[in-house]
Design a protein around this ligand. Structure first.
Ligand code: ZN
Length: 529
């Protein structure tokens, strides 16, 4: 007895080449047949003529982490066709939690979700997640910033020998508990204090524990982009880790075009035998904390400490002058996306220039005041890239798709602020804008970027492809209709054209509607991959 038969779709199997019009059948959590299923008995038979059947999309760069406990339905992900998310990116992971890492996570979860973390290590987090039964599969990197915080090593200096040893022990423990590798976020404190030597030592510990993947939000995506890419490649080379360059881009006009050079460097590293790939979200704006505009030597210590120092008017004036010098021409290009406090909610969706005007302050004073009032916890969108570069990176053969987003829904506790539209639109946008509208990628190649390329990189067994014996993670979409609808002005909108989504053989979306089935799994290194 089969559980599901999808009849007459175009099977795009994830490999990048063959697509074929035929049937596909699932039994329990597996694909059991690709081919004519006429006459087969199945609990659920769906006519998918005219639709594409692809492996479920793999979000190579996500930040849902503990938010999956708040929103196990993971609606913004699922509705894009995402069936697996890689979390723990940019140096920040949901574990390990102790010391400063525990205090900051506790504070953040309390303010945003009125919850508290009830785990301290990866095993505990994974257990909590399994109890919550998420709708999508989840695997996780160990964030090197979080590990520093968990050891209270937040001074702003590279770790000494003892610090490296203690951090290595936490990396080892995380990997033994199933983390798939390590991530660095080299613009975020405290991880940005690491020098290359420290990164190599910590990546080595991951490789020794069998999780040989180093994912990096590199040290600089603008004026020093090339040097930063070289550093990530060097860390991979010296540590024995594969390298994943996160959300690859060139920031700010004067750096546009540099991605040609970085991709050439990646090719040369690959020719030398190093495994390097990149991920990307297909938009011209980036999004992260507003505090990245602070000079590096100002953004040192906990958020509360940095905010407290900025209260002193003389210190704030010095900082303001430096921020104005570095970022003074950007105030129309930086938009506040989210704040935690009710009083500042009216600024969500506004540029810093507009906030300045509304409050009668200079933009830089408005910026610093907001950071202080929100204890640095302000999300922002930065219009900083060009379309040519987005297309150059997307057309590179080793580019996976990653949303760089936290799961949200259009209503409920997570539906806050004006998040980057990538949150709701990344994968459908690739198929609308770059497959259907401009033919930058073939359908088969776009599916490969969204599925098997990432699965291979992660070593995910039986996912990222449609083949007999593989897990039945699948998305069925209408190639003529699939489209993102999320905009910068109205980001909280689900995409169009995603018809059915199956996670481990069960329909999580049927006829465009979430079924409420939550059959995602935690994927652990050593057990599932
Ligand atoms: Zn990042």
């Amino acid at each position: 007895m089969l559980d599901v038969v999808l009849k007459g779709g175009l099977i795009v199997d994830g490999s990048g080449c063959c697509s074929v019009h035929t049937d596909i059948a699932f039994a329990a959590d597996r694909v059991v047949r690709i081919g004519d299923c006429t006459g087969a008995d199945a609990r659920l038979q769906l006519d998918v003529g005219g639709l594409v059947v692809a492996p479920g999309f793999i979000d190579m760069h996500g930040h849902s982490d503990e938010v999956l406990l708040v929103l196990p339905a993971a609606s913004s992900k699922l509705q894009q066709g995402i069936t697996t998310e890689v979390g723990g990116n940019c140096g920040a992971s949901p574990a390990p939690l102790s010391s400063t890492a525990l205090a900051e996570k506790t504070d953040e979860m309390r303010r945003h979700y009125d919850m508290r973390p009830e785990w301290t290590d990866f095993e505990g987090f994974f257990h909590s997640l399994e109890q919550t039964r998420p709708a999508i599969n989840f695997c996780c990197l160990a964030g090197l910033g979080t590990i520093r915080s968990a050891l209270d090593l937040i001074s702003g200096a590279p770790l000494d020998r003892d610090g490296v040893k203690r951090a290595q022990a936490l990396v080892r423990e995380a990997c033994e508990q199933g983390a798939i590798g390590v991530s660095s976020g080299l613009i975020y404190p405290p991880g940005n204090a690491a020098d290359s030597g420290e990164l190599v030592e910590l990546a080595k510990a991951a490789a020794a524990a069998g999780s040989a993947l180093y994912a990096s939000h590199i040290r600089n995506e603008g004026d020093r982009l090339i040097e930063a890419v070289d550093e990530a490649i060097e860390v991979g080379q010296r540590s024995g880790c594969a390298v994943q360059l996160s959300h690859h881009k060139a920031s700010r006009r004067r750096n546009w075009g540099k991605v040609h050079d970085t991709l050439a460097r990646i090719d040369r590293a690959r020719d030398r035998g190093l495994d390097v790939v990149v991920d990307q979200y297909p938009y011209k704006a980036s999004s992260t904390g507003l505090d990245v505009l602070l000079p590096e030597d100002v953004n040192v210590g906990t958020r509360a400490e940095v905010a407290a120092r900025l209260v002193d008017p003389r210190y704030a004036a010095l900082v303001a002058a430096r921020v104005e010098l570095e970022h003074g021409e950007r105030w129309n290009d930086v938009v506040v996306a989210s704040v935690a406090s009710e009083g500042n909610r009216r600024f969500e969706g506004q540029t810093l220039a507009a906030i300045a005007q509304a409050t009668g302050r200079t933009p830089v004073d408005a910026l610093l005041r907001l950071l202080v009032e929100e204890t640095l916890d302000v999300g922002a969108i930065f219009f900083t890239m060009c379309e040519d570069d987005v297309r150059t990176v997307l057309s590179y053969r080793q580019t996976c798709i990653g949303s760089d987003a936290v799961a949200q829904a259009t209503e409920g506790i997570t539906a806050r602020g004006k998040p980057h539209p990538r949150t709701f639109g990344t994968f459908p946008r690739v198929f609308k804008r770059y497959v259907r509208d401009s033919a930058l990628l073939s359908l088969e190649e776009a599916v490969r970027r969204a599925t098997s390329l990432g699965a291979t990189r992660l070593g995910l067994r039986g996912r990222g492809v449609l083949a007999e014996g593989a897990f039945a993670d699948a998305v069925v979409f209408d190639p003529a209709r699939i489209a993102d609808t999320a905009t910068y002005e109205r980001p909280q909108q689900y995409p169009l054209g995603v018809v059915h989504v199956f996670v481990n053989g069960t329909a999580a979306i049927r006829d465009g509607v979430e079924t409420g089935a939550r059959t995602g799994r935690v994927l652990r290194r050593g057990r599932d991959l």
